[in-house]
Design a protein around this ligand. Structure first.
Ligand code: MF3
Ligand code: CO
Length: 269
């Protein structure tokens, strides 16, 4: 049965995922002004955990064992700097510096329902090509979401992301995918950032998915880092990562997470 175990929900459950997503979106608004030169990634992690617990929710990554790993992730955030793509482990001696790009990825669980979101921040000023990487990755996410309406194919999402990224001569990390999300952090189906139009399963109404393009300035190849968690670009090129949790509806996908609190916080900073 092709939808077996998929994250397909009705309105009452979607409202609960939305509640987790709201906490997550506000968390990013809270963190955004703090992503500055001089802050240690472990400080951001502690602030995030405090924020989530004060909302009566739980950090969903902490204690989570990803598929194909045998250890539990020990932190609230994944903070991936420069050539780190995902799963950067926060550390007290990892201090942000002007000119870096920093991807923050977080999952929140509220009463058994999860939401997942990521955003890449510039620390201070970054060069125009790096600004373009950030813009292209965020725009690729928007284009992927625009494809994710009921009756569309999973391949339509990946195709939109991949062709857009390629048109800017960047590369996607092809082995890393989005996923279903809801009662668990990672559920079927996988949502690749590459695909062919009209290929793969069709998207049913009520399917909740995390769409998350991971884009490199280099080859698109990846390697596991020294601590067993972090995944880097193989060639050391910079990488960006933007992610929303969305629900498939008849005419469009509706984002449950939002970058609006980040925009507001940075506009007033
Ligand atoms: N980066 C993953 C995602 O967004 C989740 C992190 S898994 C963890 O789907 F082990 F790092 F928590
Ligand atoms: Co995700």
């Amino acid at each position: 049965m092709k939808y077996d175990g998929w994250s397909i929900y009705e309105e009452p459950q979607i409202a609960r995922i939305q509640a987790a997503a709201d906490i997550l979106s506000r968390l990013f608004g809270f963190l955004a002004p703090k992503v500055q030169p001089g802050i240690a990634t472990a400080e951001l992690d502690a602030l995030a955990e405090g924020f989530i617990r004060a909302e009566g929710a739980e950090p969903a990554f902490k204690g989570y064992k990803p598929p194909f790993e045998d250890a539990e992730y020990p932190a609230t955030l994944c903070i991936s700097v420069d050539d780190e793509i995902v799963h950067g482990l926060p550390a007290p001696d990892k201090v942000l510096q002007a000119g870096q790009i920093v991807s923050i990825d977080c999952g929140v669980c509220l009463e058994g329902f999860h939401a997942d979101m990521a955003y890449t921040f510039a620390v201070g000023e970054v060069s125009p090509p790096v600004q373009r990487l950030l813009w292209v990755t965020q725009e690729a996410l928007r284009r992927g979401i625009a494809q994710a309406k009921a009756g569309a194919y999973i391949g339509d999402i990946g195709n939109a992301i991949y062709t857009f990224v390629k048109s800017y001569t960047f590369a996607v990390a092809e082995q890393l995918t989005g996923h279903g999300v809801g009662e668990a952090m990672h559920m079927p189906p996988d949502i690749p950032n590459i695909g062919r139009p009209g290929k793969g399963y069709r998207l049913p109404v009520g399917l909740v998915i995390a769409i998350e393009p991971m884009v490199h300035m280099g080859s698109g190849r990846i390697r596991k880092g020294e601590d067993g968690w972090v995944i880097r670009t193989r060639d050391g090129s910079l990488a960006a990562h933007f992610e929303h949790t969305v629900v498939v509806e008849a005419k469009a996908a509706r984002p449950l997470t939002s970058f609006e609190p980040i925009r507001k916080a940075l506009a007033h900073a």
